[in-house]
Design a protein. Structure first.
Length: 257
């Protein structure tokens, strides 16, 4: 292995250690990353030019070599370990993995531009957590793909409440009220940003309305029993309470607390 590859593996191990990976996991990742570098060297492929397709070819090659070495195919989830190690190596070598998708039309160019600027705004100006940014970005990409592919590049300026209604109707089936409420909140954030950057003529975020989520929405519709507070003794252990009795008992318990 060339010195540059050895240095890259050493740097990868340091990064994994700093991210608190266990020594076993870090060792496995580095071992599979080293095998991937040898595979690239035999084919004279620079690591900076590796594509997702070439990673897939290597994983297929690794499965074939595993079968020859052990006389049996690997487990169904075995490929996740070398793939994770290779992805960590490529993030270190290329700065980003998976690579950014390439624009094939004007709609893709506009969508990528808006998404990149929107992510920077969420991270730097709003200071949101990574999980929140991920959810907001997913909804933003999904909405922009739906709108631009359906109506074209110039449709954002002319977007109306009817477009928002159609999108929410498309996203709402087979989802709970809580999920629809989350979709509405994420869509409001994107629409506020689009109006703030003057990509829409009006602010459509106030028109995104989700159904009210009741506080007890997650509870079953009919209770066969109720868990008693420590200081409340039911009249009989096997007795079933009516709905009004349950509510009256809960209200009394809240007042006592």
């Amino acid at each position: 292995m060339p010195n540059t590859d050895c240095e890259l593996i050493s740097e990868l191990r340091s990064v994994l250690t700093s991210q608190r990976y266990s020594p076993v996991v870090a060792g496995n990742y580095c071992a599979y990353a080293r095998g991937f570098l040898d595979y690239l060297a035999r084919r004279s492929i620079p690591i900076a030019e590796v594509t997702e397709a070439q990673v897939g070819y290597y994983l297929h090659h690794a499965i074939t070599m595993f079968r020859k070495r052990h006389g049996r195919p690997p487990g169904p989830c075995w490929h996740s370990i070398p793939r994770s190690g290779i992805h960590a190596l490529l993030r270190l070598a290329q700065g980003r993995w998976p690579p950014a998708p390439k624009a094939t039309c004007a709609a893709d160019t506009l969508r990528f531009t808006i998404c990149d600027e929107y992510e920077i705004w969420l991270r730097e100006e709003r200071g949101l957590a990574e999980r929140s940014i991920y959810a907001l970005m997913w909804e933003g990409r999904n909405f922009l793909t739906w709108q631009l592919d359906r109506c074209g590049v110039d449709s954002l300026v002319e977007m109306s409440v009817g477009d928002i209604d159609r999108y929410m109707d498309m996203r709402s089936p087979h989802q709970t009220r809580k999920s629809v409420k989350d979709v509405a909140e994420r869509l409001r954030s994107l629409l506020r940003y689009l109006h703030r950057t003057r990509r829409t003529a009006i602010d459509l975020s106030p028109h995104v309305i989700a159904r009210y989520c009741m506080p007890m929405k997650g509870c079953p519709r009919s209770w066969s029993a109720i868990r008693s507070p420590p200081f409340w003794k039911p009249r009989a252990k096997t007795q079933r309470l009516s709905g009004s009795e349950i509510r009256r008992s809960c209200n009394c318990w809240r007042l006592m607390v």
